[in-house]
Design a protein around this ligand. Structure first.
Ligand SMILES: NC(=O)c1ccc[n+]([C@@H]2O[C@H](COP(=O)([O-])OP(=O)(O)OC[C@H]3O[C@@H](n4cnc5c(N)ncnc54)[C@H](O)[C@@H]3O)[C@@H](O)[C@H]2O)c1
Length: 353
C-alpha cells in the first residue's frame, strides 16, 4: 500500500506534536502544511520536509494529492474545517475540543455520517498506555458496572492568555480547554453513557492573575494581560441515563495550595485512579487490594499518547483499525460542556436531549 499523504492545517504548538509522530510512522508522507500565517506554514513545511505549504486551508483541501489532514487550528475553526475536509474527500483528525459548541460539533458528525472518511477527534489522553491498560481491564469486566466518576484539572496560575482567553475563538476557558480531556476520559471509561442532566457553575472571580510573579506560567506568543473573557473555574455534576454520575472541577485560576489532574472511575467490582497514576482497587478474599499495573508510565505520557493517537489514525485511514474516537464521541462530550455552561447561566440543573 502506498504512503498516506498527510496535510497539517495550523502550524503551531500542537501541530509540532502531530508532525513529530507522523514523521516516525513509515506509512506516512508529510505532504503539506497550511496556516493563515503563510510564513509559518513555509517554515514548518521546510522543517518537516513537506513539499508544499499554503497560506489558507482551502488551498490545502483542494490539493488532490492529500489523503488525510490533521486540524491543529484554534477552536473556532475546527468544525468548519473538519466539514470542508470531509467534503473534500480527506480523512480527518481534528484537535480537541471538536468545536466551540454542541451545534457546531453536530455539523461535523453530520458530515462524517454522510461520508466514508475517518473522522477522529484528538482525545489524545485515551491513547496513552495508562488509559489503554485501564480500558482493557474495564472491557474485561474487572471493574464491573461503573456508576461514578470524578475528574479534576486544577491550575493556580494557568491561564495561557492569547486566543485561549478570547471566548469568541476558544469557546470558553479551562472547561473547554482542559476540562474536555478529563470529562472525555471519564465518559469513555464509563462506556460512553448518554448524559441526561447537568448542574454546573462557572466563576470569573480571580481573572487571569497576570499580577502573579512568584510562579512560572506558560503564555501564548501574543499574551496580553488586559485581554481575558473566559471563566476562571467551573464545576459540575453530570447525570447519565444509566444512573451513573460524574463530578468535575477545573480551573485556570484558583486560590489553592496545589495543582493537579485527577481522574477516577468507580465500579461495583473495582475502582481505578487513572491520573495522577494508574491504580486499581478491588476485593480479593474479603480483603481490599490495591493493584499498580507495571507499565512504562502510570501517568499520561505525551510522546506515547501522540505517537499512539497518530499511528491509530493512520491505521484507521488504511482500513486496518477501528476509529476509537469518532465524531459522535466529540459531540457527546461537547453536549456535556455546553450543558455545564448553560446550567451555570441558568443557575439550575438542566436536562440534556
Ligand atoms: N491534545 C492536546 O493535548 C492539546 C494541547 C494543546 C492544544 N490543543 C489544541 O490544538 C489546537 C491548537 O492549539 P495550539 O496550542 O497549537 O495553538 P497555536 O496558536 O500554537 O497554533 C494554532 C495555529 O493555527 C493557525 N490558524 C488559526 N486559524 C487558522 C485557520 N483558519 N487556518 C489555518 N491556520 C489557522 C494559527 O496561525 C497558529 O499557527 C487548539 O484547538 C487546542 O485546543 C490540544
Amino acid at each position: 500500500m502506498s504512503a498516506l499523504r498527510i496535510g497539517v492545517i495550523g502550524g503551531g504548538a500542537i501541530a509540532n506534536l502531530h508532525l513529530t509522530s507522523y514523521a516516525k510512522n513509515p506509512d506516512v508522507e508529510i505532504a503539506a502544511i497550511a496556516d493563515v500565517n503563510a510564513d509559518r506554514a513555509a517554515t514548518v513545511a521546510a522543517q518537516w520536509g513537506a513539499s508544499r505549504s499554503y497560506g489558507s486551508p482551502a488551498e490545502l483541501l483542494a490539493d488532490a494529492d492529500i489523503d488525510a489532514v490533521s486540524i491543529c487550528t484554534w477552536n473556532n475553526t475546527h468544525a468548519e474545517l473538519a466539514v470542508a475536509a470531509v467534503e473534500a474527500g480527506k480523512h480527518v483528525l481534528v484537535e480537541k475540543p471538536l468545536a466551540r459548541t454542541y451545534a457546531e460539533a453536530r455539523t461535523v458528525q453530520e458530515a462524517a455520517e454522510k461520508s466514508d472518511r475517518v473522522v477522529s477527534v484528538g482525545f489524545v489522553r485515551r491513547f496513552s498506555t495508562n488509559c489503554r491498560v485501564l480500558k482493557s481491564f474495564i472491557d474485561e469486566g474487572r471493574l464491573g458496572d461503573i456508576y461514578y466518576a470524578k475528574a479534576s484539572a486544577i491550575r493556580r496560575v494557568g491561564n495561557p492568555g492569547g486566543w485561549f482567553a478570547d471566548k469568541s475563538i476558544s469557546g470558553g476557558g479551562p472547561l473547554i480547554d482542559v476540562g474536555v480531556h478529563v470529562i472525555d476520559l471519564c465518559w469513555y471509561l464509563m462506556g460512553s453513557p448518554r448524559a441526561v442532566a447537568v448542574s454546573g457553575n462557572t466563576y470569573e472571580r480571580l481573572g487571569n492573575r497576570s499580577n502573579i510573579t512568584s510562579l512560572p506560567r506558560w503564555k501564548v506568543a501574543d499574551y496580553d494581560p488586559a485581554k481575558n473573557d473566559v471563566e476562571d473555574m467551573a464545576n459540575a455534576v453530570v447525570r447519565f441515563e444509566n444512573g451513573a454520575s460524574l463530578m468535575v472541577d477545573v480551573s485556570y485560576s484558583l486560590h489553592t495550595p496545589s495543582e493537579g489532574l485527577n481522574v477516577s472511575v468507580y465500579g461495583d467490582r473495582g475502582g481505578a485512579q487513572l491520573e495522577p497514576e494508574l491504580q486499581i482497587a478491588t476485593e480479593v478474599l474479603d480483603t481490599v487490594v490495591n493493584m499498580t499495573p507495571q507499565i512504562r508510565s502510570g501517568t499520561f505520557d505525551g510522546v506515547d499518547g501522540f505517537d499512539t493517537e497518530i499511528n491509530w489514525f493512520v491505521a484507521a485511514c488504511r482500513g486496518e483499525r477501528e476509529n476509537i474516537a469518532p465524531a459522535w464521541h466529540g459531540v457527546e462530550v461537547q453536549k456535556i460542556l455546553d450543558g455545564i455552561y448553560a446550567s451555570a447561566d441558568a443557575g439550575r440543573e438542566i436536562a440534556l436531549d
